[in-house]
Every structure is written in C-alpha cells, then in structure tokens.
Design a protein around this ligand. Sequence first.
Ligand code: ATP
Ligand code: MG
Length: 433
Amino acid sequence: MSWKLTDRLAEKINHYSSFPATGVSLRQMVQFGQRPNPGTLFRGAQFLGEELPIRLAHRVKELNNLPDGLSEMPSIQKVRNWYAQSFEELIELPRPKIPPQLRELLIKAQRRDTNGEHYGQKLLENTENPSLAGEDYREITPQKKKSINSRRYFVLVDDDISWSPEIHEYNKLFTKCLSVIKKRHDPVVTTVAQGISEYKHSRQRMQIDSTIQSFLDRFYMSRIGIRMLIGQHIAINEQPSTDNYVGVICTKTNVRELAQEAIDNARFICQDYYGLYTSPQVQLVCKPDLNFMYVPGHLSHMLFETLKNSLRAVVELHGPDADNFPPVKLIVAEGNEDITIKISDEGGGIPRSAIPLVWTYMYTTVETMPSLDPDFNKSDFKAPMAGFGYGLPLSRLYARYFGGDLKLISMEGYGTDVYLHLNRLSSTSEPLP
Ligand SMILES: Nc1ncnc2c1ncn2[C@@H]1O[C@H](COP(=O)(O)OP(=O)(O)OP(=O)(O)O)[C@@H](O)[C@H]1O
Ligand SMILES: [Mg+2]
C-alpha cells in the first residue's frame, strides 16, 4: 500500500475529466468482436486506452467531492486510490512503435471505414505522440479536442495484413494491464458500501439522502460500463468468438435456460438459509427457443436477485414451517421492442410508503446485516439470501445499462410483481453519467 496520488497525477486526472465519455452500444461491441484480427484489436485497445482513463478520471473527481464528509471516509479514499492508480497504469503504458507501412494501412482502414464520420488520421498520430499525455496536453485546441472526442470503438481493418510483432506485443500488454485493473476493482461495491457504513456511523445518519443515492447510482452505473468494456476486451483477446459468443455477449441468450438456472440457484439458497425441506415452487412460463442478444451474466444476476426477494417474502409471510407455499411465477413475454419478464409472488407485498425505499442502497428489512468484509474477493454480493439492500437498486442499473428497466408494483397484503424489461434492439448506447 505504498502507492500515492501525486500532484502531477492529480493534474492529469483533472485534465482527462474535462472530456466527456463516449458511449458504446451492445451492437457495436458485437460488431467489433465478431472477427477481430490483431489490427482491430489494436484499434480497440487504442480506443480504450483513451476512453477508460476518461471514465476513471470522472470517478476520481467525483469521489473527491462528495457531500457531507463522505469523501474523507477511509474506504472511500481507498476506492478513490484504486481508480487513480488504474488511471495511472493506463496512461503510463508504453505506446507501441508501429512500422510505417502498417501505420499507412491502419490509417487507410480508418479512412475507408464507412458507417461513421471521417476524421482522418489524427487518432493514429495520437498513438505515437499522445496528445493527452506529457506536458503538451494543455495545448489541445478545441478542434483537436473534437477529433479526439469522436474516437470510435469499432474500426474495420483488413484481414490480409501481416501484423508486426509490435502490434501483437502491444495487444498482449494492454490486455494484461486490463486484467490487473479488473482484479483490483473487484471489491469496489463492497468497499463503497463499507464507506457508506463508516459515514453513517461517524455522522449518525440513519438513511442516506438523495444526493448520495444519486451518486451511488451514477457510480455503480459507470462501474458496470467500465467493467463491460474491460471484460469484453479481455475476452475477445483471449478466446476467439465461438458459436454464439462474442466476448461476454451471447448473441442467442436463451431466456428459458437462464431463468431455470436462476430459479434452481435461488431456491437452493432459500432452502439452505431457512432450513426448509423444500423451497417454494417457481412456475416458469417461457417459450423454449426464446433467445436474444444479451450478456448472460447480467441477466442471471437480475433474475437471481429478484427471485431471492420473492422467495424470501413468501417464506417469511407463511413462516418456514408452513406446509406449503403459494408458488412464485416467472413469466417471459416476447415483444418486438422488449423481452419482458414478470416475477410475481404472494409474499404479502410492500407498504406503499416503503416503495421508494426499496430502490435506495442499503435499505433492507433484514435485521442483522450479514458480515461485510471489505477485503473479500468477490465482485458482487452473492450467496447470502438477503441483507445488504443492494439487490434491487443494482439490478435496476444492470437493466438500464442496455436500455431496459426494472419496475416493481406491489399490493400490500397480497404480493409483489416485478417487471424486468430488456431492450432487444440493443442499439441504444450506454447511459453515461
Ligand atoms: N418481492 C418482494 N416482496 C416483499 N418485499 C420485498 C420484495 N422484494 C424486495 N422487498 C423489500 O425490499 C427490500 C430491499 O430489497 P433488496 O433486494 O434491494 O435488498 P435485500 O433483499 O434486503 O438485500 P440484498 O442486497 O441481499 O438483496 C427488502 O429488504 C424487502 O424488504
Ligand atoms: Mg434482495
């Protein structure tokens, strides 16, 4: 833990944070990863080499400027330093030396590539002489700034080029750097949650206010985006796309299979937690061959979280010793625009006054919070039945990330319906804070 945020680094972060982030859509990610050659991968690395530092810089700034002393909490500072350190590693990565002919080819590819605006060869020049690094970054003209902002994620590069070892080396080096960063940030959600607890204690606050709530929404949404880009880049560099997979995206995500798996997992956890002979049943209504392009990991997460909530409500309403429980229903509908999944339970519902609270982080009706070890090496809250108060707000962010949404309607005294809308057009760009 000897890493320090120097003034010089702070200044760079400040500079990068003046650039807006560039959104990428699910469709673009698939296009990019479908048949990547070393050249496309290289261009992808170049895009991320600028995009990720911009996104990280925004987060560092925000973590430094939280209201009411939250920025001073030790766990928040810890997370802030992770972001700054990852920023530093990315911008300090040595740039590759590209042989002139190859440069020429890459520039041509950039020019020829049609679906988008043309902005010539500026981007490639930036590679060898990065306009944003070093001392000269203050001299960027608005004109140049614009050209940097119109960086593109996906550039088609010819297949029949022989790639110099420098390109291969750089692709390897960049992917390695991303893996280190991804691992460093695994415990971010738990550590920020820890930071919020520290804040609640030191300030004697019971609930977090709306400024902190919207900070957390922005922060975690941005984290989903950063991890998606990083995860996707690592995946397409490490394994070639197989049948239906392009990186972590599955072009034919089978909803029924994923739902069944989430049901089995949630029922297992529920049975274990309450010591039941058998968990409440879950009826699944879904066409067997219903599939669409999505990130299976995200969908599993959302289904698992909402199912756990429903199972818990049912068991707690009827008591763990009940002879039988009313089943939970999971219904999947296929529309042109959305795939909608409804999870209905007869778990007694939520009082109307508590509805806004279910979307706030750390709101839970579990009495004792499960132990929260900030150093444990998991990327998300998993396994425990309930108790962190992160299940719903985080799931909603996952849904919104690709243009969907999560809604909850409850009848107090009867049960709850959760609607998970998933956009199937997938050309919507990431929501950027
Ligand atoms: N289907 C449901 N029926 C009744 N209450 C629910 C339902 N879903 C959520 N809730 C209420 O909303 C609260 C927040 O849910 P959320 O999933 O965000 O957190 P949690 O389940 O308490 O903890 P975790 O982060 O581990 O999921 C729950 O504690 C519960 O009181
Ligand atoms: Mg939950």
